[in-house]
Unconditional design. Structure first.
Length: 165
């Protein structure tokens, strides 16, 4: 694989985060989730409570992830991996997902969840291929496309051998 590099924003990087890293994360998020675009302020707020990673290949931002710690509403840790469409199918999503999953497993013994925009068929296939099962669909106020919450099945090891990303 090419020069794959992960950069972390948020609580996992207490020394601070370069604004360019947060902007790369935001641009990728908004490209993958166009129904719920985030402002720079939204991203700074999320970086204060979640681990945000950007994966770079040969210096180009190709994907980002969010790892949400458990909270009063969701006892499981949540891992969301996003890869720009033009970089899918090369293993970057698998690497990004494995990177986030390793961190998520340190946060909770109550399991792992993910969330995928229902219109992202590749993302849904990616999650299902790794042993996630759908638990809920919901639509944010003002939106029309639902989000799908999936939970990693208890007996799954969340293998990374399927290159559906």
């Amino acid at each position: 694989m090419n020069d794959l590099r992960f950069e972390t924003a948020g609580p996992a990087n207490p020394a601070g985060t370069a604004p360019a890293l947060l902007e790369d994360w935001r641009l990728i998020h908004n490209a993958i989730i166009p129904t719920a675009p985030l402002s720079p302020g939204d991203v700074r707020e999320r970086a204060g409570r979640n681990r945000l990673d950007v994966v770079y290949v040969d210096g180009v931002a190709v994907g980002c992830s969010t790892v949400r710690p458990p909270d009063e509403e969701t006892p499981a840790a949540t891992v969301i991996a996003r890869v720009l469409p033009e970089y899918r199918g090369r293993g970057y999503g698998t690497a990004l997902y494995a990177h986030g999953l390793a961190h998520a497993r340190t946060l909770s013994d109550a399991g792992v969840e993910t969330v995928v925009l229902a219109s992202n068929e590749e993302g849904l296939r990616f999650a299902l291929a790794r042993g996630f099962v759908e638990t809920e669909r919901y639509v944010l106020p003002g939106d029309t496309v639902p989000f799908v919450t999936l939970r990693l099945a208890e007996n799954e090891t969340a293998g990374t051998d399927v290159a559906a990303d």
